[in-house]
Design a protein around this ligand. Structure first.
Ligand SMILES: Nc1nc2c(c(=O)[nH]1)N[C@H]1C(S)=C(S)[C@@H](COP(=O)(O)O)O[C@H]1N2
Ligand SMILES: [Mo]
Length: 196
């Protein structure tokens, strides 16, 4: 089969157009020391404890790569990127939530947060990414670690992720508190909360 006939593995979802990848975010890029990197998992955990993962704990989990575009809710999509890291479901398994605590607030090291459903966080393509296209993430790209949830709009994946907390009720992260969709499923064009 000629290359031109190959089915597009990453078609653009409805309402999106492709642009080159130009990392965007609010505020200054935190300069984080990888040796001091920590991910704290707390809130309504199964055993009530707080778990702190360091870089070593992360590196002990199976390494995977997932090719996916990043879809901004403002309609730009990157070309396909090869994200490397660990599956969020492996991270969740290290410190699972209490029964019924199905909402997860993901907070960045500097004033940014997003809330996702536990079911979306444990999707097989959901990553705690440390690499892209075979290279470590740059500080602008979210080094030392960012959440990548390819089936949700980009705002659901904090760069410089530092905290994961389980809740019984949905929480308002930065964009959710400005009217953006609580779930943000790309395939359904869930952009704004008023869409229901
Ligand atoms: N910490 C943090 N993470 C963030 C953001 C931010 O402003 N701060 N912006 C989000 C939004 S709206 C999108 S579309 C993606 C953009 O990722 P990029 O900067 O790699 O393109 O990051 C998300 N994660
Ligand atoms: Mo975005």
């Amino acid at each position: 089969m000629a290359l031109a006939d190959a089915p597009d593995a990453h078609p653009l979802p409805p309402g999106q157009h492709e642009t080159s990848w130009q990392p965007v975010h609010y505020g200054r890029v935190p300069r984080l020391d990888v040796a001091g990197w920590r991910l704290t998992i707390g809130g309504q955990t199964e055993d009530g404890s707080l778990t702190v993962l360091d870089r070593e704990a992360l590196l002990a989990l199976p390494w995977v790569e997932v090719e996916a575009r990043l879809h901004c809710v403002a309609r730009m999509s990157t070309p396909p990127l090869r994200w490397g890291g660990v599956r969020m479901r492996e991270v969740v398994d290290l410190a699972p939530p209490a029964e019924g605590a199905g909402h997860v607030l993901l907070a960045a090291a500097r004033g940014y947060a997003a809330c996702v459903a536990l079911a979306d966080l444990v999707h097989p393509d959901s990553l705690l990414a440390t690499h892209v296209d075979g290279q470590p993430l740059t500080p602008e790209q979210g080094w030392p670690g960012r959440v990548v949830l390819p089936h949700l709009y980009g705002f659901k994946g904090p760069k410089w992720v530092a905290e994961l907390t389980y809740h019984h009720q949905p929480q308002l992260g930065w964009w959710e508190s400005h009217g953006y969709h609580p779930r943000a499923l790309v395939a359904q064009e869930e952009r704004f909360a008023h869409q229901g």
